[in-house]
Design a protein around this ligand. Structure first.
Ligand SMILES: N=C(N)NCCCC(=O)O
Ligand SMILES: [Zn+2]
Ligand SMILES: [Zn+2]
Length: 315
C-alpha cells in the first residue's frame, strides 16, 4: 500500500494560500482509497433558534489551515498513520428535511462502503440521525457519547419529528443505539420541565453535566465514560454548544456555564483506544462567531477525532 498522502507542506506553500480542504488534506478524488473521510453536511433546516450552521463546513475548513501533522497529546501523526481525506460536502435539499435525511444516510453509506470511517462536520444536530443509521447498518446498535449542552431527546417541535432537538429519541426508537451504553456529556441550561430528564433516562441515557466535569474532574469522568462504553462500537457526536459561549459563541442555541475547550479535548483524548466507528461535530454557526473562535475550536475537535481514529481499536 502506498504511503498516505498528507497535507500540503506548509513550509513550502503558506497555510493561507490555496483552496481550503480540511487540514489541507487531499480530496477524496486525489487518492486511491481513504481510511478516514472528513465530510461536510451544510444543512440547518432543523434548527429551533438561530440558523446558519449550513455555513459551518466551509468555516471549519478555513479554520483548519493551522493544524499541524503531529499530535503530542496522543503521540500520533494522524495523517501519516492512515489516509485521511476531505470528501467535500454532501449536497442536501435545504427545503425538505425528510429528503435531506435520506440523502445524508445514502451518501454516508456510500462513503462507508469504500472502507472509510467518517468524521462529519455539520450542519445542525438533525444530521446525527442519518449518520447513526449508516453506522448502525454496518455495526449494529452503537454506543453513543453525546457532547452537548442539550439533551436532544425531545419528541417533536411544532409537530415536526426530525429536528435538531430530537435526533437521539428517534435513534433510540429506531433501535440503532445500544441503550446500555449511552451518555450525554456537558448537559446544562433550562429545560421545558423535569419530565424531560425522566423521559431521557427512560430512553437509557446517563448524564454527565457540565458542572460534574468541573467538580469531579476530567480523569474521573473519562474513567466513567470508558466503563460505560467498554469495547462496543462507539459513535461520538459533538455539538459545539457543549462548550461555554466564551469558547464557542458561534452557535445556534448557546447556554451559559459550559465546558472549556481544554476540558472537551482532554476528555476526548481520554477515549484513546476505544472502538470509534464514526463521529460528528455539529452546530457551528459562523455568522455568530468572532475571530474564528468557534470554527477554530471545531477544527481542533475534528483533528482530535481523526487522531482517535488513528489510534482506535478494531473498527
Ligand atoms: N441541538 C441543539 N443545539 N439544540 C437543541 C435545542 C432545542 C430547543 O430549542 O429546545
Ligand atoms: Zn446543543
Ligand atoms: Zn445538539
Amino acid at each position: 500500500m502506498p504511503d498516505p498522502i498528507g497535507p500540503v507542506d506548509s513550509s513550502r506553500i503558506p497555510r493561507f494560500a490555496g483552496p481550503a480542504t480540511f487540514a489541507r488534506l487531499p480530496r477524496l478524488d486525489q487518492v486511491e482509497r481513504a481510511d478516514v473521510a472528513v465530510v461536510g453536511v451544510p444543512f440547518d433546516t432543523g434548527v429551533s433558534y438561530r440558523p446558519g450552521a449550513r455555513f459551518a463546513p466551509a468555516a471549519v475548513r478555513e479554520a483548519s489551515r493551522l493544524l499541524r501533522p503531529y499530535h503530542p497529546g496522543l503521540d500520533v501523526s494522524p495523517f501519516a498513520a492512515q489516509q485521511v481525506v476531505d470528501a467535500g460536502d454532501i449536497a442536501v435539499n435545504p427545503f425538505h428535511i425528510n429528503e435531506a435525511i435520506e440523502t445524508i444516510e445514502q451518501a454516508a453509506g456510500e462513503l462507508l462502503d469504500t472502507g472509510a470511517r467518517l468524521v462529519t462536520i455539520g450542519g445542525d444536530h438533525t444530521i446525527a440521525l442519518p449518520l447513526l443509521r449508516s453506522v448502525a447498518r454496518r455495526h449494529g446498535p452503537v454506543a453513543l457519547l453525546h457532547f452537548d449542552a442539550h439533551l436532544d431527546t425531545w419528541d417533536t417541535y411544532f409537530g415536526a419529528e426530525y429536528t435538531h432537538g430530537t435526533p437521539f429519541r428517534r435513534a433510540v426508537e429506531e433501535g440503532i443505539l445500544d441503550t446500555s451504553a449511552l451518555s450525554h456529556v456537558g448537559t446544562r441550561g433550562p429545560l421545558y420541565g423535569k419530565g424531560d430528564l425522566d423521559e431521557d433516562q427512560k430512553l437509557g441515557f446517563g448524564i454527565v453535566t457540565s458542572a460534574d466535569v468541573m467538580r469531579r474532574g476530567v480523569d474521573e469522568i473519562v474513567q466513567q465514560l470508558r466503563e460505560r462504553v467498554g469495547d462496543r462500537p462507539l459513535y461520538v457526536s459533538i455539538d459545539i454548544d457543549v462548550l461555554d459561549p466564551a469558547h464557542a459563541p458561534g452557535t445556534g442555541t448557546p447556554e451559559a456555564g459550559g465546558m472549556t475547550s481544554r476540558e472537551l479535548l482532554e476528555i476526548l483524548r481520554g477515549l484513546a483506544g476505544c472502538r470509534l466507528v464514526g463521529a460528528d461535530v455539529v452546530e457551528v454557526a459562523p455568522a455568530y462567531d468572532h475571530a474564528e473562535i468557534t470554527s477554530m475550536a471545531a477544527s481542533h475537535v475534528a483533528y482530535d477525532l481523526v487522531s482517535l481514529l488513528a489510534l482506535g481499536g478494531r473498527p
